[in-house]
Design a protein around this ligand. Structure first.
Ligand code: CDP
Ligand code: MG
Length: 137
C-alpha cells in the first residue's frame, strides 16, 4: 500500500467537479484516507510549488492556485502515486488520454483540474504539508 497527495484545484472545485473526480479516483482503486478543503494563501502556494519557483509560469500558477478553494486528499492504494498520475492524465489536458480527469475536466496546461504527487519522497513531503498522522484514518 502506498499513499499520495491529490489536490482538486480551484477550476475543478469551482465547476462543481469534486464528486466526479473522487468517483474516478475510487473507480481506479484509490481510497480517500484524509480530506480537507481550504483556500491556499500565496505563501502556501509558493511553498508548495517551490520546485517551480524559477519557471516562467510560477507567478501565474500561484495566482491560479489561490483564486478559490481547493480540496486536498490523501489517497491510498497499491502503487497509488503512479496510479493517481495515470487517472489524472498528462499535465496538458489537450495531451491527456481520453477518460482521464484532466482530459475531461481540465481547461489548459495551467488550469488542469488536479495535482498529484510524482514520487515517493515528494508524496511524503506533500502529505505532511497539509496533514498530520492523526488526520489519516
Ligand atoms: O502537475 P504536474 O506534475 O503534471 O505538472 P508540473 O510540471 O509539476 O507542473 C505543476 C503545475 O504547474 C501544473 O499542474 C500546472 O498547473 C502548472 N503548469 C503551468 O501553468 N504551465 C506549464 N507550462 C506547466 C505547468
Ligand atoms: Mg508535478
Amino acid at each position: 500500500m502506498q499513499r499520495t497527495l491529490s489536490i482538486i484545484k480551484p477550476d475543478a472545485y469551482g465547476a462543481g467537479r469534486i464528486g466526479a473526480i473522487i468517483a474516478l479516483l475510487e473507480k481506479g482503486g484509490l481510497r480517500v484516507r484524509a480530506a480537507r478543503t481550504l483556500r491556499l494563501t500565496a505563501e502556501q502556494a509558493r511553498a508548495f510549488y517551490a520546485v517551480h519557483s524559477e519557471r516562467p509560469f510560477f507567478e501565474s500558477l500561484v495566482a491560479f492556485m489561490t483564486s478559490g478553494p481547493v480540496m486536498v486528499t490523501v489517497l491510498e492504494g497499491e502503487d497509488a502515486i503512479q496510479r493517481n498520475r495515470q487517472i489524472m492524465g498528462a499535465t496538458d489536458p489537450a495531451k491527456a488520454e481520453e477518460g482521464t480527469i484532466r482530459a475531461q475536466y481540465g481547461t489548459n496546461v495551467q488550469n488542469n483540474a488536479v495535482h498529484g504527487s510524482d514520487a515517493t519522497d515528494t508524496a511524503l513531503g506533500e502529505i505532511a504539508f497539509f496533514f498530520c498522522e492523526s488526520d489519516l484514518v
